[in-house]
Structures are given as structure tokens and as C-alpha cells.
Design a protein around this ligand. Structure first.
Ligand code: FES
Length: 327
């Protein structure tokens, strides 16, 4: 019905950009932060002490204070890279719920869409929908790659950038960028630099995480529940053979075994991977995502592959699993 055009847009390669800005810094990769206490950042490989701590971790893993899990969920979206698709000059973004996006990259065209709340994709078919669109717009095109992404979605559509909470004056946060990470992160860098250097920033009130005051007594129940996370790897469950037989190869199901709900994925050749479907973050039930062969949490978007390995935060641990012999 209508379109809006923004002129003078820039396009750049995010990794090359990051390489350049990070050059003077000392970075530690593959070092998962487990907790932050005051000015101590606790990682698997040691503790870092810092005057200022910025949570720039996609989705804050500290539940309290801040309560970001009450005001942000996550969404997934899917992309195909197409060769031999007619060149487009600009970047196009469909704003409808089922809208597509188009973006040229070198000789390729990136076709995106199929977004949904994480944990709500039990029917699957997102890549197929994109493939159908590619066939109808560019019948001669060839797919060279396919992938999906995950974004934090704040309650009012504006990222949370600023002080992590009123109770932690030296903690800062930058999160909830929706799909606009390359621009929002620049706004975050400016605002947080000013905070840390004690300068005024006129944009800070717009992004202030303190614009919401979540009702703080409700989450207690959920948080308490999270402490009872269990691992079926520890207490091995006997999954009845007939239960495993009933699940077709290449699909997944949630079954009840000895009173516990267990997620079972049957590989195409009949092997079975069993995981707990209780999310280690705050205890919600995980749902199967056939597009990515993963167990996804509809509450705040943690994800695990079918072997139980953690793919996306805010959960910080894997989910226990056991592997059954081929049927
Ligand atoms: Fe919060 Fe699963 S991500 S309960």
C-alpha cells in the first residue's frame, strides 16, 4: 500500500569494521562469563575486576536486578543467499508480519524473512517459504547458503541502553536491538562512553532501561523454579523401546518417561538423542524447531541443539542428554 525511502544509507562489512575498531584492544574469546558480582566478572577461566561493567551480551544473563527477562523476548529470522538473482541497488525491508527483505551483497542477493518468536516454530517450513519466494521472483537463481539469526525484542521497540539497574551504578547494558544491531550498537557506544566518562548525553533518556519499572515480586516463583534444573544425563532414564519406535526418523517428539518430560530427536538413520525439555534459565518448557533441529525456549529465547549443547543465551548451561542406540 505504501513505501518509505531513506536516502544516503551506508552499507559496510560488520566483521571488517569490528576488526578495525578492536585493533587496539586486548580481547579474550571463548571465555564465557558465568556471573558478575559488584566489580568482579567471573568467567570459566578466571575473574576480571573492573571499575565499569557493560553487559553487551545479546540478552542479559543476570535475571536480578534488571529483570530484562520480563521485558524482552527473542525472535528468529531466516536468510538465503542467491546467485544469479537480478541485481538490486538498494536494501528493501518488508514491514508486514510476513514481509521479506532483500539486500545485495557482492554478486549475491540475500533474501530474508520467515520471522517468528523463538520457540514457536513447531510446524517449521521457514526455509521452504523463502525458497518458494526465490523460485517465483528469480526462477534462474541458485541458493549458495542458508542461515538464521536471533534478535532481542524490547517491549516498546526501543533498545535498552544505559544503566543496568538503579541498584548497580557501575553496570551498564546495551540490548534489545531488534534487527538493527549495526546502528543501535553505535548509539550504545556513544551513550555508554558518555556515562562512563561522566558526560551528559541528550539521547540517553530515550533508551534508558529505567523507563520500565517491572513489578518485582512476580518473578520470584520463576527464579526459584530455575534452581531445580535437572539433567537426565545424571539420572539415566530408561526410554521404552516402543516409545522410541513410535517416533519417525528425522523428527522429534516430547514423551513422558518416569513422570519426566523428555525431548527425543530421531536422526534420519534411527539414532535417538534425548534431552530434558526444561529450560535451565527459568524453567519454561522447550519446543522443537524443525528448521534448525534445535530445542528452543518460547519464554526468553534460549536455544540448544539436539544433543543439548547451548546455542543461544540467556541460559548459561547445556541441557543434559543421553544417546540411545539405533533402533
Ligand atoms: Fe528463560 Fe528459557 S530462556 S526460561
Amino acid at each position: 500500500a505504501a513505501a518509505l525511502r531513506f536516502g544516503n544509507q551506508a552499507r559496510f562489512h560488520p566483521l571488517r569494521f569490528l576488526d578495525a575498531v578492536a585493533e587496539p584492544l586486548e580481547l579474550y574469546e571463548q571465555t564465557r562469563v558465568r556471573d558478575v558480582e559488584g566489580n568482579r566478572v567471573i568467567t570459566d577461566r578466571g575473574t576480571v575486576t573492573a571499575e565499569h561493567v557493560v553487559f553487551a551480551c545479546h540478552y542479559p544473563f543476570r535475571n536480578v536486578p534488571g529483570y530484562y527477562f520480563l521485558r524482552m523476548h527473542q525472535e528468529r529470522s531466516y536468510v538465503l543467499a542467491l546467485e544469479n538473482a537480478a541485481g538490486l541497488e538498494g536494501m528493501y525491508f518488508g514491514t508486514d508480519g510476513d514481509g521479506l527483505s532483500f539486500r545485495p551483497q557482492g554478486d549475491l542477493l540475500l533474501l530474508g524473512g520467515g520471522g517468528h518468536r523463538t520457540g514457536e516454530n513447531s510446524a517449521g517450513g521457514q526455509y521452504q517459504k523463502l525458497r518458494q519466494a526465490a523460485r517465483s521472483f528469480w526462477p534462474e537463481s541458485r541458493e549458495t547458503a542458508a542461515w538464521s539469526a536471533q534478535d532481542g525484542m524490547p517491549l516498546d521497540g526501543v533498545p535498552y541502553i544505559g544503566r543496568f539497574s538503579a541498584a548497580t551504578p557501575n553496570w551498564y547494558v546495551a540490548t534489545g536491538f531488534q534487527k538493527w544491531g549495526m546502528t543501535s550498537s553505535m548509539a550504545a557506544a556513544e551513550i555508554l562512553t558518555d556515562f562512563i566518562c561522566g558526560r551528559e548525553n541528550g539521547d540517553a533518556p530515550v533508551f534508558s532501561p529505567q523507563r520500565f519499572h517491572p513489578f518485582v515480586s512476580t518473578p520470584k516463583l520463576l527464579i526459584d523454579g530455575a534452581q531445580t534444573v535437572y539433567s537426565i544425563a545424571k539420572e539415566k532414564l530408561e526410554i521404552p523401546r516402543e516409545t522410541l519406535f513410535a517416533i519417525p526418523n528425522g523428527t522429534a517428539a516430547v514423551v513422558k518417561v518416569e513422570g519426566e518430560k523428555v525431548g527425543v530427536y530421531k536422526t534420519p538413520d534411527g539414532g535417538a538423542y534425548c534431552v530434558t525439555v526444561r529450560c535451565p534459565h527459568l524453567g519454561c518448557r522447550l519446543e522443537w524447531n524443525p528448521a534448525e533441529l534445535s530445542w528452543d525456549c518460547p519464554c526468553h529465547g534460549s536455544r540448544f541443539d539436539y544433543t543439548g549443547k547451548l546455542l543461544n543465551d540467556p541460559a548459561q548451561t547445556e541441557i543434559g542428554f543421553q544417546k540411545e542406540k539405533k533402533q
